[in-house]
Design a protein around this ligand. Structure first.
Ligand code: SF4
Ligand code: FES
Length: 248
């Protein structure tokens, strides 16, 4: 395939960025989107030009770093698929592909396609954990019986990879799908109930402090989430929050 890539280039957080055209040839349908960018970067390197900076790590849909806006959609045109698992067969010979960083005030651009998503880390640090005494004997994992439905729901929420596509898809740049997944994975389990009140208060407060917008039930986050996190998680977080402030 012969393609035209229009890629966002930006020197650093303070510089102005712009879309730059890169024609590219010889792209195979079974290449991943990141492999296609590797080909481009090799060409740029060989020409003595600066390669395009983009985030990636596992390349198998686990780590959540490969966050790109492709033709206006976070992670591109496939549903339930991260950028690293998107294949070039989704595009046609002669296509023009726009590649941009995730856009949100709380995700400032570091360089080219790389954004700073440490706001998510700070939300997680505000309460996305349980406190366990690790001295003494290890507690048997099956010592607390948990209804299968709760275990399944907690597991569904635990699949959130913190990629930020929900924020990039949302017209309000809301982080409520991410935050609610991190709250839900613990709120649904007895081990997570002990600190549930402080958790939801602290994580929601941190989410607001980071400058993310609010949820207006548009649902774009759920559509673009590569892990299929449901809007029900946001409803659960809201219930947890209402319960917490009522108790508080
Ligand atoms: S909720 Fe989905 S889109 Fe948002 S960070 Fe988690 S995996 Fe990514
Ligand atoms: S590189 Fe890890 S999820 Fe894509």
């Amino acid at each position: 395939m012969k393609l035209t890539l229009k890629i966002w280039r930006q020197k650093d957080a303070r510089s102005k960025g712009k879309l730059v055209d890169y024609p590219i040839d010889g792209i195979e349908g079974d290449m991943s989107f990141l492999e296609m960018l590797d080909v481009l970067n090799e060409e740029l390197n060989n020409k003595g030009e600066e390669p395009v900076e983009f985030d990636h790590d596992c390349r198998e849909g686990i780590c959540g770093t490969c966050s790109l806006q492709i033709n206006g959609e976070p992670h591109g045109p496939d549903r339930l698929t991260t950028t690293c698992q998107l294949h070039m067969r989704k595009f046609k010979d002669g296509d023009t592909i726009y590649i941009e960083p995730f856009r949100a005030t709380a995700f400032p651009v570091i360089k080219d396609l790389v954004v700073d998503r440490s706001a998510f880390d700070r939300i997680q640090q505000a309460g996305g954990f349980i406190s366990v005494n690790t001295s003494g004997n290890t507690v048997d994992a099956n010592a607390i019986p948990i209804p299968k439905q709760d275990a399944d729901l907690a597991m569904d929420n635990a699949t959130c990879i913190g990629c930020g596509a929900c924020v990039a898809a949302c017209k309000n740049a809301s982080a409520m799908l991410f935050t609610s997944a991190k709250i839900s994975q613990l709120a649904l389990l007895p081990q997570g109930r002990i600190e549930a009140v402080e958790r939801v208060e602290n994580m929601v407060r941190q989410m607001d402090l980071e400058g993310f917008g609010n949820c207006t039930n548009t649902g774009a986050c759920e559509v673009e989430c590569p892990k299929g996190i449901s809007l029900e998680s946001i409803a659960r977080m809201n219930r947890e929050y209402m319960g917490a402030i009522t108790k508080g």
